[in-house]
Design a protein around this ligand. Structure first.
Ligand code: KG4
Ligand code: ZN
Length: 334
């Protein structure tokens, strides 16, 4: 069963065709990063306009690469929540038009469910239930994923997302945008014990996160050190910041797996590309007998394949949306 998945919730215009929820026949992503980099963050209006320019080409390319005609599709799936509202509306309008023209069923998909599903596309034997940490520029969410794609939300961020903290710290340090990979690369060369940044909420007996305090701590530290003429190398700041973020993410996730007696942990979202996060989660997971899974980078970051993928079990369950499908800036997975 072939499903076309369309994703435009943030700054990637993406479309993909997936067969039976797992076999990726095409996965096309047009990134807008260069457009937004000079502003140090995503500019929503520019994102929407760029999606409008790109969407038809990206869908055509996804169909061409899959070597399929529209009458060989079973359904069209599109991210309709959560995300930048103008950006989402472009994908939703495109999906509705295609569904109408080709008389195909339409499914509105939650973006976070797509991220969670990405691991299942890569790891055939992924056990259920498992704990999933979704960490990206817009989201930080810890959930228990149960058989049949049912979720129990364990925790989320009370302020900035993990990726947002990376991006803001990188911007403050003048390193560029997006900051995650830049800081990750610098951190490799630095001493993670050089500066003791706070580990917000790590000691609290819950699964909530908070990252805006670490960002502010970096700023205060740099201001003070500059004034005193004791600024350490940038690689040490990057490594120490990263250690603080990773400690909190790993600490809470592994604690959740242990408390729930689960032996599988999945990582997903753009920050799941982080080397230190992957490594530390693996080590800490091993200590409690839990295996850690993550998707390849192209399935960690935003893409249409995860949307077409998760649409498959939903289609089988009978989910269908009408041509009145709307987009929503927010939207929980439960
Ligand atoms: O999932 P994604 O592509 O888009 C959103 O849905 O936000 O994630 C982008 C985020 C950005 O904040 C970026 O800085 C971060 O993922 N990121 C990383 C790494 N690569 C991307 N963060 C830490 N380490 C990385 N290697
Ligand atoms: Zn995302």
């Amino acid at each position: 069963m072939n499903i076309l998945g369309i994703e435009t919730s943030c700054d990637e215009t993406a479309a993909a065709v997936v067969t039976d929820g797992r076999k990726i026949r095409s996965n096309i992503v047009a990134s807008q990063i260069e457009l937004h980099a000079k502003y140090g963050g995503i500019v929503p209006e520019l994102a929407s306009r760029k999606h409008v320019e790109a969407i038809n080409y990206i869908v055509d390319q996804a169909m061409d690469e899959a070597s399929l005609r529209f009458d060989e599709l079973e359904a069209i799936a599109v991210t309709n929540r959560p995300g930048l509202i103008g950006a989402l509306l472009v994908g939703v309008a495109a999906a509705k038009s295609l569904a109408y023209c080709h008389d195909l069923p339409l499914l509105g998909i939650n973006h976070i469910e797509g991220h969670i599903y990405a691991n299942f596309m890569e790891h055939e034997a992924l056990p259920f239930p498992h704990v999933c940490l979704t960490v990206s520029g817009g989201h930080t969410l810890l959930v228990e994923v149960q058989e049949g794609w049912k979720y129990e939300i364990l925790g989320t961020t009370q302020d900035d997302a993990a990726g947002e903290a990376y991006d803001k710290v990188a911007q403050y340090l003048g390193l560029g945008f997006p900051g995650g990979k830049i800081i990750d690369d610098l951190a490799k060369e630095g001493d993670s014990d050089a500066i003791q940044f706070p580990r917000p909420m790590l000691d609290r007996d819950n699964y909530q996160f908070s990252f805006s305090g670490i960002k502010t701590a970096v700023r205060f530290f740099v201001e003070k050190a500059k004034a005193a003429g004791t600024l350490p190398p940038i690689v040490d700041i990057a490594a120490s910041f990263q250690a603080a973020v990773v400690d909190v993410l790993v600490g809470k996730t592994v604690r959740a797996a242990k408390a729930k007696n689960l032996t599988a942990i999945t990582l997903t979202g753009g920050v799941a590309a982080n080397r230190q996060l992957r490594e530390s989660m693996r080590e800490a997971g091993a200590e409690i007998g839990a295996e850690v899974y993550y998707p390849p980078i192209q399935l960690c970051t935003d893409n249409g394949a995860m949307i077409a993928g998760v649409a498959y079990p939903k289609y089988q369950e009978g989910l269908r949306d009408g041509l009145d499908l709307n987009a929503f800036a927010s939207g929980s997975i439960v």
